[in-house]
Design a protein around this ligand. Structure first.
Ligand code: AMP
Length: 223
């Protein structure tokens, strides 16, 4: 699958379903690539495009860097949140695509006095999927935390007393409001980046470079 024949190399793009997939379609169009199947209605995990040499892998958002790092995909689109947890090893990150924008924040139960807990040096229990980012954030602030790793629905943790706070990505804030949680601190802005396997960039540069440039131009127009 990971053909390195320089004449007409196969290109594999790793994407996750949902916002990243939707927001990447216009960038692909700008590079002349149209995905022929819809991952929301198809159960296929490898999607064809109008270019027989280009295929799209549908993987979990947090798995995109891993597929690209190991060369199972030549390139992909991943959020900064996911890349910070992965570490970015083996990945070239040429373009901030400015898509799937959101922020990483700390949120607590509406009644919880976060400022006071932090001031008093209380040991906070923080539930999150983003343990690296959360650890670094609280270490910089000098706040002692017990991190509780979750894989989804972080919002539930403070509601049932599993944690005092969560670190999660927030877009409209609707999910927090619906669960009576309050955003108390923004950690960073998040957007999605193009990631490219470093070996593929060398071996398939002729094919990849125009796509990277088209993505870059289209993302600047969007932003
Ligand atoms: P919202 O209610 O609009 O604030 O969206 C928050 C929920 O959607 C959170 O539970 C997030 O897991 C998810 N979410 C929103 N935006 C993104 C994004 N850009 N990347 C990944 N997850 C997101």
């Amino acid at each position: 699958m990971n053909d390195t024949n320089t004449a007409s190399p196969q290109l594999i793009l790793a994407l996750s379903k949902g916002r990243i997939f939707e927001d990447t379609l216009p960038l692909l169009s700008a590079a002349g690539i149209e995905v022929l199947e819809n991952p929301e209605t198809s159960r296929k995990l490898i999607l064809a495009t109008n270019d027989p040499a280009v295929r799209v892998l549908i993987v979990r958002a947090s798995d995109v860097p891993t597929y690209v790092q190991h060369g199972a995909a030549d390139f992909g689109v991943a959020g900064k949140d996911v890349l910070l947890e992965h570490g970015g090893e083996g990945l070239y990150q040429p373009v901030d695509l400015r898509i799937a924008c959101c922020r990483m924040s700390v949120a607590v139960n509406a009644g919880f006095d976060y400022e006071n807990a932090v001031r008093q040096g209380a040991r906070l229990r923080v539930a999150t999927k983003f343990v690296h980012t959360a650890r670094e954030h609280f270490a910089k602030k000098g706040v002692h935390v017990d991190l509780i790793k979750l894989y989804g629905s972080m919002e539930l943790a403070p509601l049932v007393g599993l944690s005092d706070a969560i670190v999660d990505v927030v877009s409209t804030g609707g999910t927090l409001r619906a669960n009576n949680l309050v955003e108390v601190e923004k950690i960073m802005e998040i957007s999605s980046r193009l990631v490219v396997n470093q070996a593929a960039l060398k071996l398939k540069r002729e094919r990849l470079q125009p796509i990277i440039e088209a993505f870059e131009r289209a993302s600047k127009l969007q932003g």
